[in-house]
Write a protein that binds this ligand. Structure first.
Ligand SMILES: [Zn+2]
Length: 300
């Protein structure tokens, strides 16, 4: 028997829309059996997700997603079982992890203050206090977009700019993505730091959506090898935006390097233009890999 899994989802504690409890309910409707909540740089939703999972009979793996620097490029790493395998009492409350997240949160805040300044210079009305109202855990760029759109003082300007305010992603794409007017980069932790921390917290590090910034086989293989050197344990082979060919290639690389294969939708909200669906992966021998992943994390 194979389990239905989706190991990459966001809640309203980062840039998702649903509460962890609602998210788990949605997963239940889809017949999922094992899921993970992987909010950006926060574990605030984990406990709620685990509790809701217990009620619904779904296994919830404590998870997180980190943005990090790897070879002067932004890459994302997912952390699973950060509570130490099977024990729900410690880990995601691990003091070192929490300390690290606090520091990352401070850097994120600095970045957002700068982006708010840029937005103001571009003639938009926005205050940090408003943005904070929308962010329960991690501050994220969709929160900035929301604060702009919800502020009536911006209505005229947005209309003039022909920005459809029904979708926050419209504003996001035009102003908040890399290279756009209000974008500000930030000092991300290194992949090596993040992997070490995840392992110390009893967890396993998985390379999220490896094809996000990788072209062909050679480049992906080289990066995977180097990440494995740093202690990487798995690769998110099955992913919403990977093509079938990319999936096959990644599967082969993961097998060759002895890395666990995972699957994730990156679900944020049904209102997102992308990442608007939860998946239920159950084919391709995922369960065997998943069991292997658990085994691996318990010995690290
Ligand atoms: Zn994600």
């Amino acid at each position: 028997m194979k389990a239905k899994i989706d190991l990459h989802m966001h809640s309203h504690y980062s840039d998702g829309e649903l509460s962890p409890e609602k998210l788990v309910k949605e997963c239940k409707k889809l017949g999922l059996e094992i899921i993970s909540l992987t909010d950006h740089e926060t574990v605030w939703g984990v406990e709620e997700a685990i509790k809701a999972g217990k009620k619904s009979g779904i296994s919830v793996i404590p998870g997180i997603e980190f943005s990090c620097n790897f070879q002067e490029q932004e890459q994302h790493l997912l952390g699973y079982f950060i509570d130490g395998f099977g024990q729900l009492a410690t880990g995601y409350k691990n003091p070192e992890l929490l300390e690290f997240l606090k520091e990352v949160g401070r850097k994120r805040r600095e970045r957002f203050l700068k982006m708010i300044e840029r937005l103001k210079n571009l003639g938009f009305f926005i205050e940090y206090s408003e943005v904070k109202k929308y962010a329960r855990g991690s501050l994220t760029r969709p929160h900035l977009a929301r604060a702009i759109i919800k502020n009536k003082k911006n209505a005229r300007k947005l209309k003039e700019l022909r920005i459809d305010t029904k979708f926050e992603s419209e504003f996001f794409k035009k102003y908040l993505t890399e290279g756009k007017g209000a974008y500000q980069d930030w000092e991300r932790p290194s992949a090596s730091e993040v992997i070490k921390l995840l392992k110390k917290s009893g967890g396993i590090a998985v390379w999220a959506h490896p094809k996000w910034k990788c072209g062909g086989y050679k480049e992906t293989m080289t990066k995977a090898l180097e990440l494995r050197e740093l202690g990487l344990g798995g690769m998110e082979v099955f992913y919403t935006r990977h093509t079938q060919d990319q999936t096959k290639e990644l599967f082969q690389i993961a097998k060759e390097l002895g890395l666990a294969v995972t699957a994730g939708s990156d679900f944020h909200s049904s209102n997102f233009s992308q990442y608007n669906k939860i998946f239920a992966w159950q084919d391709f021998g995922i369960e065997e890999d998943f069991l292997w992943l658990k085994e691996k994390s318990s010995v690290s």
